[in-house]
Design a protein around this ligand. Structure first.
Ligand SMILES: Cc1ncc(COP(=O)(O)O)c(C=O)c1O
Length: 405
């Protein structure tokens, strides 16, 4: 049998600590490894496969578009992308779309657009306000906005000023806006790798009010939270606000790379031919998949169904938390974006992840002790029940271990 782990270590740069399994294929909400063992995929490649794996409509779209063309470049009109841009605008703000290949590239596009907004408008505003522990990508512009020391380290970055504020601290935000005069405020409506921390809806409304009052751009990073993950197409919509700029990626391509920004009509004139571009994005295949994702979520009602199922997941987890106050501190998040905040030591949280893996459940750990669930929106109640049962058993083992120490 091929030693894939050995070959991975020999030939791939070690930028990730991988889980010790080799996936052979995906079926619905399950992944199956080379030994035939099935795993319930509760993190969907970090919030990408919103419809699970090998969804029949996704497979059909790949075949249909694959038989037409995979790439034509931005020199030609791209029908699937135009259709997707129309849907994105109809589902968000009146404006226009610029497509990218990834989340970090969406952030880069946002940085360039914010820069053009100040330069073309001859404004003195400069820089971006972001939240502590925010994550906006790893390229050299985006990394400066990512406030996680393990990620930003000491790489060279642009000289754009960045101001970090605490989530939910409006006084601090208003003070920074008034004194530093930034050009934009950029936030994830639910901090993802920062610990699945949902921003309160009232806070987001105040952020929108303050940015409007002081003439600063209100930007929402929906790269992880978007495309139905929190129960609405975009998470900012829970707060009823209307941002100037929205970043998206991850789930939109149905599993293939695709991202971008949606900008309001007041800003959409800022990018002129030559101001920004890329060879690949929007890939016609990724865009066709984006159209299929929206069809399944909106026309076939999968988004609505996921809202009911995610409520069930939260209820079940909260009951488990009430039964295990010594291990579980809090269940937080929105829709199919869940953080199980544990009181475990980091090594025990990692062990819990490995124990769940051994039982056939794939979960992520973020901020060292928070179990992060980013399940497919198609997750069923039966699958939720099975996961809760196994999680309960594993928590019991942790308790017993603690008692014996
Ligand atoms: C909120 C957020 N922004 C930006 C990114 C960067 O996206 P990508 O990994 O596609 O570059 C991520 C990725 O995890 C993210 O969660």
């Amino acid at each position: 049998m091929t030693d894939w782990q050995g070959l991975d270590q020999q030939y791939m740069m070690a930028t990730y600590n991988r889980l010790p399994i080799t996936i052979e294929k995906g079926e619905g909400n399950q992944l199956i490894d080379t030994e035939g063992k099935s795993y319930l995929d509760l993190f969907t490649g970090l919030a990408v496969n919103v419809l699970g794996h090998s969804h029949p409509e996704i497979v059909k779209t790949i075949k249909d578009q694959g038989e037409k063309f995979l790439h034509i470049s931005n020199v030609f009109l791209n029908q699937p992308a135009i259709q997707l841009a129309k849907t994105l605008v109809e589902q968000s703000i009146d404006g226009k779309v610029f497509f990218t290949n990834s989340g970090a590239e969406a952030t880069e596009a946002a940085i360039k657009l914010i820069h053009k907004w100040t330069k073309d408008g001859e404004k003195s505003n400069r820089g971006v306000v972001v939240l502590e522990k925010s994550f906006h990508g790893r390229t050299l512009g985006a990394i400066k906005l990512t406030r996680q020391p393990g990620v930003y380290q000491d790489f060279p970055v642009t000289d754009m000023p960045v101001y970090e504020v605490e989530p939910h601290n409006l006084e601090q935000l208003e003070d920074i806006i008034k004194t530093k005069k930034p050009a934009a405020v950029l936030m994830e409506p639910v901090l993802g790798s920062g610990g699945i921390l949902p921003l309160e809806e009232e806070y987001l409304r105040e952020v929108a009010r303050l940015t409007k009052k002081y003439g600063v751009l209100c930007c929402m990073d929906e790269i992880q939270t978007g495309i139905g993950r929190t129960g609405k197409i975009f998470a900012y919509q829970h707060a009823g606000i209307s941002p100037d700029l929205i970043l998206f990626a991850k789930g939109i391509g149905g599993g293939l790379p695709l991202g971008g920004i949606i900008v309001s009509n007041e800003l959409s004139h800022l990018f002129k031919p030559g101001d920004h571009g890329t060879t690949f994005a929007p890939s016609p295949l990724s865009a066709a998949l984006g159209n299929t994702v929206f069809k399944v979520l909106l026309e076939d009602g999968e988004l609505e169904k996921s809202v009911a199922r995610s409520k069930y997941l939260h209820e079940k987890l909260n009951r488990l938390k009430d039964k295990n106050p010594k291990i579980l501190e809090k269940i937080r998040g929105k829709g199919m974006m869940v953080g199980i905040v544990t009181l475990l030591a980091p090594e025990d949280a990692k062990k819990l992840q490995r124990d769940l893996l051994a039982e056939g459940y794939l979960v992520d750990v973020t901020q060292q002790t928070i179990i992060r669930l980013l399940p497919p929106l198609t997750l069923t109640e039966k699958e939720i029940d099975a996961f809760i049962e196994v999680l309960e058993t594993k928590l019991q083992l942790v308790l017993e271990k603690e008692l014996n120490q």
